[in-house]
Design a protein around this ligand. Structure first.
Ligand code: ARG
Length: 584
């Protein structure tokens, strides 16, 4: 099915051409139609008269009148009425019978009204990307949750998606850590001493202290880097051990969140880094500054107005973070054949990505007209004090403990609500509710803004929370049980008839699922979808308040409306990475 705004757009475009055959109105085509957010202003809005007014140098209201003169005759059972609002907006209200027919088609459609894919793309979503043995912070949690939601959206739409975890698994810091482990915890490297990610993080911190305080240690650490880089077996084995311990820690979190990722860390690109320098040199992009090989790009200056370098090779021959990213662009475009590459990384790295992208384009690593590279930035997580969120001052609090705490909160709430549930049932439900709450709290905020992490707020049953949406779903399951009919059979036979105003409002909203996914795809903002689902739950509650389902002549139609609401809720929540619950 097409989106309704697309259908209206096609209709309006034809009419504009008929109205102004002798004028050059190409800049106003296709007609501008948007779903209106406030239902009291009609259901769709056409903004073309406003634009045409400027071009034709006439009052937009007059243009609107001219358009409607033609359009009135072509309403075709689809449009109920027009209204000219404000300086010249045209508000469009659809007929209830048209909407009813559309909804009957939506529920028969396995894509729930989401238009078929026009062009299948290979999309790489790079997200999570924590650093081995280094602090795993809530920023990585944000990247994981947002990246997963975007990947799920593309998968639902039908694209070919590759989910990459660009783990920070290479760098000079390994020299310190390996040296420290060899000297203080050799048992870890020989598998005689157990270690996990938090202990690694501790030792990393300790090794840094030694590195800064003890010149002899520093020398030994630097030597270790050289050995690692030259592939000396013992150094390599130690590095692998450190990666393995970290990997287990990361996987624990991914399993907890039910997020799938393909690991392809920075070390993967090591063999390709010298070629990057050669390629950039061949394009005349490299300038040597203080012994380092740098790229200077237009428009990038430091605070003192001096040109800002992107350093690709340090004076000691070592490569940089940006070099790896350049190699990754090349690999993803030429080997993976990506059409679109999305980097879900905190907003603090914006400058880095701008330089990497611009440099790679200049080096001919990708053609910006053909491949889309996007840094999907996000804001910081704040604590209740409004400052950057920190785990307990013990510092080694695992990210997983933070998630577990949300589950524990959820457990308390569910134990009170569901007195008859078995402990095992509570356990499972609490896991879903806790994880859903954390994910939704993140996704429902505008991605680019900072947000405050609060267990109390994320687990509320009112307002724009996971629980509120999940509860709407649970409620519909209850209605279906009460009516005790074969819902599948009713869905196949009963047409949807919309009568009551809140019923019409719900129906219209249900028809906009496809438009919503289109918006999320365009802006890469998960809150486009969460806002939609929140509104859906609200509209459902209003409908349920006003319209009886069970035992009325409209029972079948309303049952189908309930079922469609449940299906869209579930599908939408799944795209955000949330699971529904059978009861709560
Ligand atoms: N490991 C990095 C960090 O924790 C994030 C990696 C981002 N991705 C990239 N291609 N540079 O800050």
């Amino acid at each position: 099915m097409e989106n309704l705004s697309t259908e209206l757009q096609n209709q309006a475009t034809k009419i504009l051409k008929q109205c102004f055959p002798d004028e050059d109105i190409s800049s106003c085509l296709p007609a501008d139609i948007t779903p209106s957010t406030q239902d009291k202003f009609g259901h769709y809005q056409c903004n073309s008269a406003m634009k045409l007014g400027k071009i034709l140098k006439t009052n937009p209201r007059n243009v609107a009148l001219q358009i409607l003169e033609k359009w009135e005759g072509l309403k075709d059972g689809m449009i109920d009425s027009f209204e000219i609002a404000g300086p010249g907006f045209i508000n469009i209200t659809l007929t209830d019978t048209f909407l009813s027919k559309e909804l009957t088609a939506v529920i028969a459609d396995e894509r729930l009204g989401v238009p078929p894919l026009k062009e299948k793309k290979k999309i790489i979503v790079e997200f999570s990307s924590p650093n081995v043995a280094k602090e795993l912070h809530v920023g990585h949690l944000r990247s994981t949750v947002i990246g997963d939601a975007l990947a799920r959206l593309f998968e639902f739409l039908g694209h070919d998606v590759l989910r990459l975890n660009h783990i920070g698994d290479w760098g000079t810091q390994f020299g310190m850590l390996i040296t420290y482990l060899k000297e203080q915890h050799a048992g870890v490297l020989s598998n005689d001493e157990k270690a996990d990610l938090p202990s690694l993080m501790n030792w990393y911190r300790e090794s840094k202290k030694c590195f800064d305080a003890d010149p002899e240690f520093k020398k030994r650490a630097q030597l270790q880097v050289v050995e690692l880089q030259s592939g000396e077996p013992a150094a390599l084995a130690a590095w692998e051990k450190i990666c393995e311990i970290s990997r287990l820690g990361f996987q624990e979190i991914y399993d907890f969140l039910d997020v799938k990722l393909v690991e392809r860390g920075e070390s993967f690109y090591n063999p390709k880094l010298s070629q990057v320098i050669k390629d950039y040199e061949a394009k005349g992009l490299i300038e040597v500054s203080d012994g380092a090989k740098c790229v200077f790009l237009e428009g990038f200056t430091a605070k003192d107005d001096k040109p800002l370098p992107m350093i690709l090779q340090k004076s000691d021959g070592g490569y940089n973070y940006a070099t790896t990213d350049a190699a990754a662009v090349h690999h993803r475009v030429t080997e993976e054949k990506a059409d679109r590459i999305i980097y879900v990384v905190d907003a603090g790295q914006q400058l880095h990505f701008q330089m990497v992208f611009q440099g790679a384009a200049k080096a001919g690593y990708y053609d910006p007209a053909k491949v889309q590279l996007e840094h999907v930035a996000f804001g910081v997580v704040l604590g209740p004090d409004g400052k950057k969120f920190k785990t307990r001052s013990g510092e080694t609090e695992k990210l997983i403990d933070l998630l577990q705490k949300a589950v524990d909160y959820a457990k308390k709430i569910l134990q009170e609500r569901l007195e008859d549930a078995t402990p095992k049932e509570i356990e499972e439900l609490a896991h879903t509710l806790g994880v859903d709450a954390v994910k939704y709290a993140d996704l429902s905020c505008h991605r680019v803004k900072d947000y405050v992490f609060s267990y109390d707020r994320m687990l509320k049953f009112e307002g724009n929370t996971a629980a509120f949406l999940l509860y709407a779903y649970v409620r519909i399951q209850g209605i279906k049980r009460k009516v005790s009919k074969d819902v599948e059979a009713v869905v196949l036979t009963a047409p949807i008839v919309l009568k009551h105003p809140t019923e019409v409002a719900l129906g219209l909203h249900l028809r906009r699922f496809g438009e919503t996914l289109e918006l999320m795809d365009r802006d890469l903002l998960p809150n486009r979808l969460s806002d939609y689902l929140y509104e859906l739950a609200e509209k459902f509650h209003a409908f349920f308040r006003d319209c009886r389902v069970e035992g009325v002549p409209e029972e079948n139609s309303r049952l189908v409306l309930c079922e469609l609401t449940a299906r869209i809720l579930k599908t939408g929540l799944n795209i955000l990475g949330l699971k529904t619950m059978p009861r709560m």
